[in-house]
Design a protein around this ligand. Structure first.
Ligand SMILES: O=C(O)CCC(=O)C(=O)O
Ligand SMILES: [Fe+2]
Length: 454
C-alpha cells in the first residue's frame, strides 16, 4: 500500500489555525462504516483505508492540497455551487457504476422524488421518475453488489465531510452517529445520520425544482422531529462520456457571481436559524447588486418569530455580528403556503426573494393546491426560458434570471458537486438520450437546532 498520502490532511500547514480541527487519521473516516467493514471484511478494511488515502488522484498529490481547497469550501459558505471535474478516480467511478447497475438489475432501487406529473397520476412511472438505492442500512451491506467499492467511496466522502466541518465551521458535521433506529432489526427502519445513495434516471425521467432542506418551523407536523438535518448536498456523477444532448443536466439557481463574491455572511443558517430568503441592500458596489441571506428565528423572547439579516460589524471578532430585524413585529409562522414577505417592513419587502415558495417548488405545495402548483410549474418554466444574460465560469455556462443565475452542470463521470442544502434550489432536467443517468448522491448532516420531546 502507498503510505505516502496518509497524513495528507494534516500536512497542510495552512490549516493549523482553523478552528476545531480534530486529529484525523485514515481511521477517523466514518467509524460507522469502518465498524461494519470490519464485521464483514475483517482484514481488508484497514487495507482499503490506507490504499485509498494515497490514491492516485492528482488532487492529493505532492501539492499538499486538501480534499477540496479552502476557496472551494468558501464558495459553499457564500451560496455558490462547487463543481470539480474528475474528483473521483476513474477506477472507482467505474466500480461504482457497475455496482449501481448490478443493484438495479437485482431490484434494489426504490422509486423516489416523484415528479409533479407522477403525483397527479398517483403512481410511479419508471420512464418519468427518479429511483434510488438508499444508503440507510444497505450502503455497507456486503451481501449485495460491490461492497468494497462502496466502502472505499464512503471513506472518501467521510474525509471530505471532516474537512467541511472545519472549513465551513459546522463542527457537528463531523459527528458520525449511526442515525436513527440503527439497532432496529427491521433494516428498513435503519437510517444513517449522513445519507449516501445511488440515484438512477431512466430516459425520460427528471426531478422538479426543490430545496434539499427547509426550516423545521415551516414543515408543519413533520417539523422538529429529527436530531439532525441536511447541511451540505453532494453529488458524484458516474456517467461515462455523457454528452450535453443526452439531457439530465443538474440546473442550479445560485446568486450572481458578483453577489457570491461580495457576500460575507455565511448562507444556510445563522446561530441555528435557517435561511428562508434573500434581500437586496447596501446599494450596488461597482455595479454588483448585493444580496444578503434572511434568517428565521422562531424562538424570540416574545414567543413569536422574526426575520432578520446579519450585519457584519467592523471589528474582526466573529461574535460581534448584529441582527437587523426585518419583520414589522414578531409573528407566528403560518402553515404552508407561507409568504414571508407579508411580515417584512415595506422597504425590505420590495427586494425580498423567498428561497422556496409553493410557486417555485412543486414539493412545497400542500395537497389541496396541487392544481395551482401545476400552473406554477408552467409559469416557472416560462420564467426559466426568459434569459436576460449569460455567465461563463470555468467552462460552465448559465443564464441570469431575477436576483440569481442559472448554472447547468453536465452529469459527467467523476464530477463532484457541492452546495449548501438550505440555500440552493435545483432541479434535474429530463434525460433525453437513450441511456440511464446514474449518480451517487448524499447529504452531510449537522445537528438540528433542537428536537421536540414526544
Ligand atoms: O441527481 C442530481 O443531479 C440531483 C438529485 C437531487 O437533487 C436530489 O436527490 O435531491
Ligand atoms: Fe436535491
Amino acid at each position: 500500500f502507498k503510505l505516502s498520502g496518509v497524513c495528507h490532511v494534516g500536512a497542510d500547514g495552512g490549516l493549523k489555525d482553523r478552528p476545531r480541527r480534530r486529529p484525523l487519521s485514515p481511521f477517523s473516516a466514518p467509524s460507522s462504516i469502518r465498524l461494519t467493514a470490519h464485521e464483514a471484511f475483517p482484514d481488508v478494511a484497514a487495507a482499503i483505508a490506507f490504499a485509498n488515502v494515497g490514491d492516485d488522484d492528482s488532487r492529493n498529490d505532492g501539492d499538499k492540497r486538501d480534499i477540496i481547497s479552502h476557496e472551494e469550501s468558501q464558495r459553499i459558505s457564500k451560496g455558490g455551487v462547487v463543481v470539480i471535474p474528475n474528483w473521483v478516480p476513474s477506477g472507482l467511478v467505474r466500480a461504482l457504476r457497475e455496482d449501481a447497475r448490478k443493484l438495479f438489475d437485482d431490484g434494489q432501487f426504490q422509486p423516489d422524488g416523484l415528479t409533479n406529473t407522477a403525483l397527479r397520476e398517483q403512481g410511479f412511472n419508471a420512464k418519468a421518475d427518479r429511483q434510488t438505492f438508499r444508503g440507510g442500512a444497505d450502503w455497507d451491506d456486503y451481501d449485495v453488489g460491490d461492497g468494497k467499492a462502496r466502502m472505499e467511496f464512503a471513506l472518501r466522502m467521510g474525509r471530505l465531510r471532516e474537512e467541511l466541518a472545519i472549513t465551513l465551521d459546522r463542527p457537528t458535521l463531523s459527528d458520525e452517529g449511526r442515525g436513527e433506529g440503527w439497532e432496529d432489526k427491521d433494516k428498513s427502519m435503519r437510517q444513517r445520520r449522513h445519507e449516501i445513495t445511488y440515484n438512477w434516471y431512466e430516459p425520460g425521467a427528471k426531478l422538479g425544482r426543490h430545496l434539499d432542506e427547509h426550516h423545521e418551523e415551516t414543515k408543519g407536523t413533520k417539523g422538529w422531529i429529527r436530531p439532525s438535518r441536511r447541511s451540505v448536498t453532494w453529488l458524484v456523477y458516474l456517467n461515462e462520456n455523457w454528452e450535453a444532448e443526452e439531457g439530465g443536466v443538474l440546473r442550479c439557481f445560485p446568486r450572481t457571481e458578483g453577489c457570491i463574491s461580495t457576500n460575507d455572511v455565511p448562507v444556510g443558517a445563522h446561530e441555528g436559524n435557517l435561511q428562508v430568503g434573500w434581500v437586496t441592500g447596501g446599494g450596488d458596489e461597482g455595479g454588483i447588486i448585493q444580496q444578503y441571506p434572511v434568517f428565521l428565528d422562531c424562538f424570540r423572547p416574545s414567543g413569536g418569530a422574526a426575520l432578520y439579516r446579519v450585519v457584519k460589524s467592523s471589528s474582526s471578532s466573529l461574535n460581534d455580528d448584529e441582527r437587523q430585524i426585518l419583520s414589522v413585529r414578531d409573528f407566528d409562522v403560518p402553515p404552508q403556503p407561507i409568504n414571508f414577505a407579508s411580515f417584512l417592513v415595506p422597504e425590505v419587502r420590495e427586494t425580498f426573494e423567498q428561497i422556496s415558495t409553493s410557486r417555485v417548488d412543486p414539493r412545497f405545495v400542500p395537497p389541496p393546491l396541487a392544481n395551482d402548483s401545476v400552473k406554477a410549474e408552467e409559469e416557472d418554466a416560462a420564467k426559466i426560458s426568459m434569459k436576460t444574460d449569460t455567465v461563463d465560469r470555468d467552462g460552465l455556462s448559465g443564464e441570469i434570471i431575477g436576483g440569481g443565475t442559472v448554472l447547468d452542470v453536465t452529469p459527467a463521470a467523476g464530477t463532484l458537486v457541492l452546495f449548501d442544502s438550505v440555500t440552493l434550489p435545483h432541479l434535474v432536467m429530463e434525460v433525453t438520450g437513450s441511456r440511464q443517468r446514474i449518480a451517487a448522491t448524499g447529504w452531510f448532516h449537522e445537528d438540528s437546532q433542537f428536537v421536540l420531546e414526544v
